[in-house]
Structure formats: C-alpha cells, structure tokens
Design a protein around this ligand. Sequence first.
Ligand code: IDP
Length: 161
Amino acid sequence: GRRSESTLPDVAERTLVAVKPDGVQRRLVGQIIQRFEQRGFKLVGMKMLQASEDLLSQHYSELRTKAFYPSLLQYMTSGPVVVMVWEGHNVVQTSRTMVGPTNPVEARAGTVRGDFSTHVSRNVVHASDSPEGARREIQLWFQGQELVQWDCCDQHCLRGA
Ligand code: IDP
C-alpha cells in the first residue's frame, strides 16, 4: 500500500478516471479532461470504448449484491465511456475530491458531480477510491502497453522537494 510506495518516491501514484455514458452523451469529456490537466496531473492513458457487461461486472464486483446493481450495469453499457489514467502526487484522493461524493445531492459546486449532475444513478464520472483499487482498475481496463511513460515539462514546478 501507501507505505511501500513512499519508499519509492519516483513511482508516481496513478488513478483511473472514467467519463460515464451520460457524461459522454452530454459532451462533458473535454471539460472533465481540462479539470485534471489544469490541476496538474499527467495523462498517461486514455481510450473510448463500449464497455462489456463482463468488464463492468469485474469493475463493480463489490456492488453485485446491491439493489441498484442491474440498473448500474444497464447504465454503464448504455453507450461509450472514456477511460483515463492520470498520474501525480496524491492523485487518487485529489481526484475523489475533484469528482465529489457519490450522491450529487452531497456534492458541492466546483466538483464534477456538483457542477454537472443531480441523480446518483447518473453521476457522470468514476474515479478510483484507493491506490489499491486504482491498481486493480487500471489493470482491468488497460493493457500495459497502452500506458505511456513521458516527461511532462512542468513537472518540477508542481511539487516541493
Ligand atoms: P463511487 O462511484 O462514488 O465510487 P460507489 O459506491 O462505488 O460510488 O458506486 C458506484 C456507482 O454506482 C456510483 O457512482 C453510481 O453510479 C452507482 N450508485 C451508487 N449508489 C447508487 C444508488 O443508490 N442508486 C443508483 N446508483 C447508485
């Protein structure tokens, strides 16, 4: 977990962010990418796809006993999603803050869900909820060669020593 990572300071944290089908339909992809770019995170993977029920059942395996699970799968397969991997300091937790609480009624203006959604069943985005969850989800959605290692020219400006 976090402890072993902190002994390897140059291994940047990564998270999986997805624009869900409602976000794609509503043409919010650009605005969502913009928020992560301007915050200072580095995009290392991105693709658009129609997610399969099989993939989503693995992604949401912890929720399979919930009453809303069938409608969640229906929603998530209703159209294409845009999945991204973002990298940077504390990117998992910061992304959750940027996305806002699961239920938009609790999401403040300024968060993605607080700015763009009203209903928990159409909450526009996904973001991994822990570094362990992020690793699992990134492996599930991306092949290793789809993730790009590159140097971002402003990286040294984004953190202290
Ligand atoms: P998260 O997306 O904020 O991590 P989770 O509890 O992991 O929240 O739930 C996954 C997704 O399932 C939510 O983003 C939302 O789309 C959907 N969901 C969660 N709770 C409900 C509900 O009570 N009704 C309908 N959909 C729900």
